[in-house]
Design a protein around this ligand. Structure first.
Ligand SMILES: [Fe+2]
Length: 251
């Protein structure tokens, strides 16, 4: 949503302020299935989160709990059953909001051997969100990600700006050339995860490497920071609005 100030002769960039996230429309990365990962731990919290995201201008939410062999022993059946009550609440109480569930798949050998062969939970046709370790690329990263494609899915790599071991954007240019999408975390650009992550995100936006922007919302502190963005970071909000993220193509 836009609001216009009547400031005579002011540059265009400061005459329009972005007051919410309706320019994104869809959030495709969050942890709001209660009690299943390091995200929301109760249905009450999840309800508060989805209600607030709706008030902040999102029309569609795809929530993506971790499926991570060593840390979160989740699978499609468990994720869908834990999601059901949240979905029912939204359908009854926030009819303007569409909500769906998928997962954030951790790429490792467990994924390759145990998760992928059983089938993934794609969203908006064949998209799946994937992440890698914060400690370093998996040795077989390219095999892992291309196997996702070979099984008919389109991988979206979550928050590349947070993989601090990678200092060269070349690998992301290569991935994009092979049809893999890149997703920035909304809070990365504010410095929430530190200066290096912020600098990485800025550089990747300048090079037009991102396709999508997601909240990666886990808890109240994330929500409070996201909520503060329009007032606290008006210039960042303008840049995000002007960037041309393709979240709305996921409708
Ligand atoms: Fe996440």
């Amino acid at each position: 949503m836009f609001s216009f100030f009547k400031k005579k002769n002011a540059p265009a960039s400061i005459t329009a302020s972005i007051t919410d996230f309706s320019f994104l429309g869809c959030d495709m990365h969050s942890h709001m299935v209660p009690g299943i990962d390091d995200g929301s731990q109760s249905l009450e919290d999840s309800i508060r989160f989805v209600t607030k995201l709706s008030e902040l201008g999102f029309k569609k939410l795809i929530t993506t709990p971790h499926i991570h062999g060593e840390m979160y022993d989740n699978d499609t059946i468990k994720v869908q059953s834990y999601f059901k009550k949240l979905q029912e609440y939204v359908q009854e109480h926030i009819p303007d909001l569409s909500i769906g569930v998928s997962a954030e798949y951790f790429l490792d050998n467990y994924f390759q051997d145990e998760v992928l062969p059983k089938g993934l939970m794609p969203f908006a046709n064949n998209n799946v969100l994937v992440e890698v370790s914060m400690a370093g690329w998996p040795r077989n990263f390219k095999d892992l990600i291309f196997n996702v494609q070979a099984n008919g899915y389109r991988p979206i790599l979550a928050h590349p700006e947070r993989y601090l071991y990678e200092t060269d954007t070349k690998i992301y240019e290569d991935l994009k050339a092979k049809g893999i999408l890149l997703q920035m975390n909304l809070l990365s650009i504010t410095g929430y995860y530190g200066k290096t992550v912020q600098d990485n995100a800025t550089k990747m936006m300048e090079r037009n490497l991102y396709d999508l922007c997601g909240t990666d919302l886990h808890h109240e502190r994330h929500l409070a920071k996201i909520e503060s963005m329009p007032a606290q970071y008006p210039e960042i909000m303008c840049k995000l609005n002007e960037y041309g993220f393709k979240n709305k193509e996921l409708y």
